[in-house]
Structures are given as C-alpha cells and as structure tokens.
Design a protein around this ligand. Structure first.
Ligand SMILES: [Zn+2]
Length: 220
C-alpha cells in the first residue's frame, strides 16, 4: 500500500513537472481581468489581459543581433505582478495619446546562454550564470508609439550596443532626450526601474529576487 502511494506521488509529480515545462500561449476569447489573478508570481501572457499594446517581438524574427529566430513565435509572457505594473504604465501613456510597444518580455534561460555566447559583455547581455531579469519574468524591452502606431524617435534602434543607447548620453537631439525622459518618467512612476546602458530596458522593482525560469511556450 505504501509503495502504491509513493508510486502515485511520483507519477503525479512527473505529470505536473511536464505540464509546467511549457507555458500556454492560447489566446483567451475575452480580455481577462489581471486584478483577479491571485498568484502574483505566475507566468501569464500579456495578450490575454489587454489589446492596447503594440508588439514587435524581435527574437521571433531574424531582425535582432543574433541574426536568428530564437523564439518559435512572438509571445509576451511575464509574471502577473509585472503585467499589473505594465498595464498601469500603459494606461498613463494612453491618456497622453501614446502606447507601449514591446520588443521582448520573459526570456527562457537557454536563450540567455545563446545571447551570451554571441555578446559576452555584461554591459549589454546578462551572464547566464547570474541570469537576466528577463529570465525572471520581471523585465521588458519596449518603446513608445503614437496614435498612428509610429515609433517615437529614441536615438538608436533596439539592441544598439553602444554609448548612444545609454541614459546618460546627452549628445542627442532635444526631441530624443525628451522622448526617453517621457518613457522613463512614467515607467518609474509605475514600479519599474531603468537600466543605464539601454533606454529600452526596464526591470520591475525587486524582481531580481525572483527565480530564473527556463519554461518555453508553444505556438497555436
Ligand atoms: Zn532587456
């Protein structure tokens, strides 16, 4: 009898670990209310909680510094608490006639290793031994678009690995500095912090304490 119980526990353990190895990227037929999600640390898909974001998930294309498609499809998974803050930030931008457009969200640890092999420079890519906040579901890479979907001028492209991408680089047109400041101000007001060397990268406060994940997602 005892063995039977242990066996059953082993089987159910296997079942749950297999189940959690993949994130579910099916779109909900209705927009869900994030405030109803009680597990702040669960990984969920942003598209199920809002239609108000723009997406250009660069690692699901070859248009990135790896020159390779490393995600099977462009999904934006984040922890529930990150999405709550991101929805608040986007609501503040929408009031002013703009919206956030995402380039990258949660990133499985295996992809981080691949990035580090190509750019082993901690100013731009986190060492996979330490892990990035992207691997913890607390980081977003994004920009702002206007009501026509046009990206605001930010001075460099996303993933530009050079000084011009940093927040303290001032030798840029006034409009670019204002746009970066506009993005930064509202992100900081909504529980995010900026990252010095990349104008597009924001971390949810305190998310460095969260666990690294290597869960992948399946495409529809
Ligand atoms: Zn980033």
């Amino acid at each position: 009898m005892k063995f039977k119980v242990i066996f059953m526990l082993l089987i159910s353990g296997l079942f749950f670990s297999c189940k959690s190895a993949y994130l579910d990227s099916k779109k909900s037929p209705v927009i869900l209310d994030i405030s109803k999600e009680t597990d702040e640390n669960a990984f969920v898909n942003l598209k199920n909680y809002s239609n108000d974001f723009g997406f250009d998930m660069k690692y699901a294309t070859e248009d990135n510094f790896l020159k390779e498609q490393v995600y099977p499809c462009g999904e934006c998974f984040l922890r529930v608490k990150t999405i709550k803050s991101l929805l608040n930030a986007n609501a503040a931008f929408l009031k002013k006639g703009y919206r956030l457009k995402l380039f990258d969200c949660y990133r499985p640890k295996e992809i981080q290793k691949k990035m580090w092999q190509i750019v082993p420079n901690p100013t731009y890519v986190a060492n996979p031994k330490k892990g990035s906040i992207h691997n913890r579901g607390g980081a977003v890479d994004l920009t702002l678009v206007d009501s026509t979907g046009q990206e605001l001028e930010m001075g460099t492209t996303f993933d530009f690995f050079g000084r011009e991408a940093s927040h303290d680089y001032q030798n840029l047109p006034e409009k670019v500095l204002q746009n970066r400041q506009f993005l930064k101000e509202i992100m900081l007001e909504n529980n995010f912090k900026s990252f010095d060397s990349e104008w597009w990268h924001y971390n949810l406060n305190d998310s460095e304490k969260d666990k690294i994940s290597n869960q992948r997602w399946k495409c529809d």
